[in-house]
Unconditional design. Structure first.
Length: 171
């Protein structure tokens, strides 16, 4: 009998493995793309983008923001595992839209120390996508920054909307 969520996951994995056949792939993503997206539970990247096993790297965190650790993963993705394109995805209704840097102050009051990381909250989705694109493009560690595109995923329609780097709206 299982009750905890992790036990349920282990149970599901047994069924998965029973039907699994080794696809015989190596670690290099077939479609040579790395996707940086929010960890939001409503965003199923593979289904939303028509991706299959082995196609891409997915790098996810709260907000889908480009932090130093995302740059670390992208650097390894491009330099060691052959990806060339970067896709950045934020989404409507993101939890980071309702947080502020005051979150750090609250943590400090509660636990006695401030975290070393920034909350990376934002109030303007498009602006934060643009900032993320700029961080990728300006990284000295990334050899491939020609194909970097940013999007906002609408959690109510399932559609992606592209954000243009210069802040101009598509007609
Ligand atoms: Zn989010």
């Amino acid at each position: 009998m299982t009750d905890g969520v992790t036990d349920q996951l282990i149970e599901a994995n047994r069924a998965y493995a029973a039907a699994f056949t080794d696809p015989g792939m190596d670690a290099r993503p077939v479609r040579r793309v790395a996707i940086v997206a929010c960890m939001d539970a409503r965003l199923d990247l593979h289904a939303a983008l028509g991706l299959s096993l082995g196609d891409c790297h997915t790098i996810r965190n709260a907000g889908g923001v480009v932090t130093d650790d995302v740059i670390r993963s992208l650097t390894i993705s491009q330099r060691e595992l052959g990806t060339r394109s970067v896709v950045l995805i934020h989404h409507t209704g993101c939890g980071l839209l309702t947080l502020t840097e005051d979150f750090r102050e609250r943590l400090e009051r509660e636990v006695g120390q401030k975290p070393g990381w920034a909350v990376e909250s934002f109030t303007d989705l498009d602006q934060d996508v643009r900032q993320s694109m700029a961080r990728v493009r300006s990284s000295p560690f990334l050899p491939h920054t020609e194909d970097v595109r940013g999007f906002v995923f609408d959690v109510t329609t399932g559609l992606l909307r592209e954000v243009h780097p210069e802040g101009t709206q598509a007609p």
